[in-house]
Design a protein around this ligand. Sequence first.
Ligand code: UD1
Ligand code: MG
Length: 463
Amino acid sequence: MVLDIVIMAAGKGTRMKSRHPKVLHRLAGRPLLAHVLATTATLGRHPTWVITGHGAEAVESAMVGTGASSVRQMPQLGTGHAVAQVVPHLAATGTTLILNGDVPLIEAATARALAEACGGQRLALLTIKLDDATGYGRILRSGDPEGGRVLGIVEHKDATAAQREIREVYTGMMAAPTAALKRWVAALKNDNAQGEFYLTDIVAMAVAEGVAVVATHAADDTEVLGVNSPLQLADLERRLQRRQADALLEAGVRLADPARFDLRGTLATGQDVEIDVGCVFEGAVTLGDEVRIGAHCVIRNAVIGAGAVIHPFSHIEGAVLGAGCLVGPFARLRPGADLAEEVHIGNFVEVKNSTLARGAKANHLAYLGDATVGERVNYGAGSITANYDGANKHRTVIEADVHIGSNCVLIAPVTIGAGGTVGGGSTISKNTPVEQLTVARGKQVSLPGWTRPVKAAKAAKGK
Ligand code: UD1
Ligand code: MG
C-alpha cells in the first residue's frame, strides 16, 4: 500500500510547565516521540513526516537517525493547519496515516488496522468511548449514537450541551485518502470557538462528498492516552511499567511486586529469575537462569550470568558478570567491570574498567580501577589502585592467588607477582616478586619510658 505517515508534534504542551518540548519528555527512558517512531518503523519503510514547531530544533535533533523527516509549522494555527504544511510532500495517491507525537503507546496493530480501514478510499477515524469525555472531540452519528453513520466531529469547546453527552470521542488519530486529504485541508476555515483550523472538520467534508467514513477502535484505552501534563505522563509511565512487568511475570520472572518495578530499555531473562522491589533496569540488560536481584538495585547495560546474586542497593553499569558472582550490598560496578565466575564484590566496593578472574574477591570498602586481577585473588578492605597520576591512567596487574592486605595503595603501573602477599597498610610503587611477602610501610616502634604530655596550666598547679 502507498502509505505516508504524519506525526503531529508542533504543539506547545503548556500544561507540562516545562522549557522542553512535550514530545521529548521521557516515558520508560525514551522520548514520547521515539515511542511513536519506533512503532511506525514496524509498519514498514514508509515516508514519515514529523510536524515540528515549538522547540523545533530540539525535536529535529532528537529525530536524527530515525529516518523520519521534519516539516515545520510556524506559527501553530491548529491541527488542520499542521497537516496543511506537510501536504505538498505527500504522495499523490494512497493513504495518509496521522498520529500524535504525544500519544506514545499506540500499538502497531491498531495503527495498521486504521490505515487498512482507509485503504486509500475511506476516511478512517480511531475512536474510543470514555466515561469522561471532557476536552475531546465528539463523534456525531446519524440516528443511533452507537451505530449510526458518522457525520462529523465537534470539538468540546464548540459542542452543545447535548453533544457533550456523547461518549464516543476522536482519539486524534486518523487515516485519510491522500488525494482527498489535500483537497479537504485546503478548504478548512477557522470560524470556531478557538479560531483554529481544525483537522476534524474534514469529516463533515468527506460526508458531504459521499466518501465513506469509518470508525476503528483501540484494543485498550492506554493506547490512545495522550500526555498533556506531568500527572498524565506519570500515569502512562505506571501503565507501561505494569504492562512490561506483567509480560515478565508471564514469562516466569518472579517480581516481588509488579507495581514497584521499572524497566527503561530491554530486559532478557533466563529461568527462575527473582527481582525484589524497587529495582530500575536501563538500556539492555540480560539476566541468566536463577539470577537474584535484591531490592533497590539500579542496573544498566549489563550481562549477569546464571546463579549470580546481587544484594540490595547495588549500582551496576556497563558490566559483565560471570555465573555465580556475589555482588553487594552497596556495590558499584562501573563500565568495563568484567567479572568471571564466582567473583565476590562486597559492600562499598567500586570496580571500573577491570577484569577479575574466577574466584577473585574484594569484599569490603575497596577500589579497583584499570586493574587485571587473577584467579582467587583476595583484595583486602580499604585497598585501592592508584590508577591516575593526574594526567594519565595506568594499569595494575594482580596475578593469581595474591593476597592484598587491608588499606594498601597500589600505585600503577605496577604488577603484584603470583602467589605473593602484600602486608596491610603498604604503599606499593614497584613490582613485587612472586610468592613472597612484601611490606612497604613504616616499621612499628614502641618507646619505653615515654609519658603523655600534660596541659601547661595543669602542670603549673601541680608545682
Ligand atoms: C485534538 C482533536 C480532538 C481530539 C483530541 C484528542 C482537533 C481539532 N481536535 O484536540 O478532536 O479529541 O485531539 O487528543 O484536531 N498540533 C500541531 N499544530 C497545531 C496544533 C496542534 O502540531 O497547530 C499537534 C499537537 O502537538 C498535538 C496534536 O496536534 O500533538 C493535537 O493537538 P491538541 O492541541 O492537543 O488538540 P486537542 O485540542 O487536544
Ligand atoms: Mg490534546
